[in-house]
Design a protein around this ligand. Structure first.
Ligand SMILES: [Zn+2]
Length: 502
């Protein structure tokens, strides 16, 4: 096919942008999309090209004023990997106003099977097949592209962090759903797309209300009121928090949190929607109301992800249904999901669909998905931070997966030992230490000091308390009950870990 190029004029200075109209890159719900001549970007024009001052003003703000991926913004390069953010606005004499967007990175396109070349829309991972009652992930997606539970948790951490960045800037997505977030379970990455529909809090009414199953209950309850009625609720950061919680639940529990066994006899489709997702919604795992338990008899409860996660879900889908202020913040999701990731054990069954499970600090832990049980004890660290002097508080825990799968190395970062140390942009990317299995001098699990500071070990040997030092770049065999002090005496407070075998 012969290429046919058209030109659009940049709003900011610079030469016109040429794009290829012979082979459209896609047709979204609201936009027609073309590759630029160099195929590094796409240009998207709105189907409805009638001039709207509100849309133009909102776009100007989103593209120029509030854009975290622009040069000069802190960690711009980091955020440009997590958002597909429009870089500029263009005008075309016939097509009207358009936006220029980066093309999606390669990892967000399927590489194999019947889905080859298609973008990794979240529906392929969370959408439930009516035939098997399991997500499409297990039927339509090739095994090599399914990832595992730990990588999906990593992708949810990435997503929560992205939403937090947006909310901190005073923006709300307004249509957060699996359709607007691409996921790569092979690398644990997520990409928030359709950013041009963002809402600048308090400035412009949004164009959309959200997607079915993700719309916050208060929006659903008031959507039939006139647009300017003060009682009508509009998409906001509060409503995004509901959508985010739904998405995390669907990815990790493989079902919708509000869709259970409840049946509504004689109700219209609209009424069913209101009852299922509106202010009378019942969480399928509610501790107070058992009328809407998940479909099927052998469902797994979210406590398999740890009590912290189960409590977050309960807050989001019981308290948060009628009281949006109680919904967990995106930053709380990031922290809790990070705890989940740190406490995951690699399942020893190579045929396990999930590959990892959360260690609940119980003896004889089993994989809840396939019942595999480790022959050896599971080793983990419990971190404590001294603050104020003489007082220790828990900073977290970390499973040492070298103790389960000998070729797995567990890295310890500053954010593990120190409460509040940043994860994501700004984090210290150098590990402080790692733990790996070695055959010599004695077979076992060794702590390797990767920091510039010596570490101090307190251990009980033959009934006596003894101390050892690990200088930088030296190793020590880990033993049960050992206490590791990570920083030497020059610091006012110190960070320590207990080595526990269970
Ligand atoms: Zn398993």
């Amino acid at each position: 096919m012969r290429k046919k190029h058209e030109k659009a004029q940049r709003r900011n200075s610079g030469p016109d942008i040429e794009f290829d109209v012979s082979n459209p890159a896609g047709m979204g719900g609201m936009k027609e999309v073309f590759f630029t001549k160099d195929r590094q970007n796409v240009v998207a024009f709105y189907h409805n090209n009638s001039k709207s001052d509100d849309r133009e003003n909102r776009l100007e703000q989103v593209v120029y004023d509030y854009n975290p991926t622009r040069d000069g913004q802190s960690n711009a390069a980091y955020w440009s990997n997590l958002f597909c953010w429009p870089s500029e606005i263009v005008d075309h004499p016939k097509r009207g106003i358009g936006i220029v967007l980066p093309v999606y990175p390669d990892c967000f396109f399927f590489k194999e099977g019947t889905l080859k070349g298609i973008e990794k829309n979240g529906c392929w991972f969370t959408g439930i097949s009516p035939l098997t009652r399991r997500p499409f992930r297990y039927s339509r997606v090739e095994k090599s592209e399914r990832g595992d539970l730990r990588l999906i948790v990593e992708a949810m951490i990435c997503l929560s962090r992205t939403i937090q960045r947006m909310h901190n800037a005073g923006l709300a997505h307004s249509d957060l759903s699996e359709n607007n977030v691409l996921i790569d379970p092979t690398s644990g990455r997520s990409l928030v797309i359709d950013v041009d529909a963002l809402v600048v809090t308090g400035l412009f009414p949004p164009e959309v209300l959200g997607s079915k199953g993700y719309i916050a209950p208060e929006i659903l309850a008031t959507r039939n009121l006139p647009i300017d009625d003060p009682k009508r609720k509009h998409p906001s950061a509060e409503t995004d928090k509901h959508s985010l919680a739904v998405m995390i639940y669907k990815y990790l529990m493989e079902r919708h949190p509000l869709e259970g066994k409840r049946i509504f006899i004689g109700a219209t489709a609209d009424e069913v929607d209101h009852l299922t997702y509106g202010s009378k919604a019942i969480y399928c795992e509610s501790l107070e109301n058992s009328n809407n338990r998940p479909k099927g008899d052998n469902y797994l409860p979210s406590t398999i992800l740890g009590k912290k996660m189960a409590d977050m879900f309960h807050r989001a889908f019981v308290d948060g249904i009628t009281n949006p202020m109680n919904r967990p913040l995106s930053g709380e999701w990031e922290n809790t999901l990070s705890w989940v990731s740190d406490n995951m054990v690699k399942c020893g069954n190579t045929n396990c669909d999930y590959g990892w499970f959360v260690f609940l600090n119980e003896r004889n832990s089993k994989c809840p998905y396939c019942s595999w049980q480790s022959k050896d004890k599971i080793r983990f660290f419990e971190f404590e931070q001294e603050s104020p002097a003489g007082w220790f508080r828990t900073a977290g825990s970390l499973v040492l997966n070298a103790s389960v799968s000998q070729n797995l190395r567990t890295r310890i970062y500053k954010h593990h030992i120190e409460n509040g140390a940043p994860r994501g942009p700004g984090e210290d990317s150098r590990p402080i230490a790692d733990v790996c299995f070695m055959e010599s001098p004695y077979p076992g699990y060794y702590l390797n000091n990767l920091s510039d500071d010596k570490m101090l070990i307190r251990n009980t040997e033959n009934g006596y308390t003894v101390f050892h030092e690990i200088p930088p770049s030296k190793k020590l065999l880990l033993q049960e009950g050992m206490e590791i002090r990570f920083n030497s005496s020059k610091s006012n407070s110190f960070f320590r870990a207990r080595t526990l075998f269970r």
